[in-house]
Ligand binder design. Sequence first.
Ligand SMILES: [Mg+2]
Length: 181
Amino acid sequence: MKKYDTIFLDRDGTLNFDPGFVQNVDQFKFYNFTIPALRILSEHGNRFCIVSNQSGVSRGLIDINDLREINSYIRREFIANQINLLEIYYCTDSPEKETNRRKPGTGMFLDAADDYNIELNKCLMIGDSEKDLIPAHNLGMDSMLVLTGNGHLTIDIIEPLDKPTFVVENILEGAKLLIKE
Ligand SMILES: [Mg+2]
């Protein structure tokens, strides 16, 4: 497969079911194909960062401690499956008062690049929203749209400029495609 420096992952609708806001760890459910997909990519030497908008925190819908508990759960699952997760970046900004950290801003990606010496133009972003595709385009990354979550809606509204490098049904199909590239 093409060698990526790091694969960035959106969370909701890409790795797990997206009911709008995931409020606590009991509501967090990986798709059954997520861990197998990430294991395949791990076995090919890939490392990962999660980059996730979590405006529910500033909207008062998600307690920050519940978000941290979800992150701990994700880390444990990744470790148990030998998936090399560098970091979970999240942005709690509300859309009304957003900084460049909130996707489609590039802030979380730039933080990751600083923290882990990542060459962003050698990375891949996997997500279900145009908010995932826009920063990928702006940073010179490859992008993969999954049709889970909001992906089936996103595909109809993408600006030609932000057209993803790959479109796949889900992250497992994506993983299988990538290792054949
Ligand atoms: Mg998403």
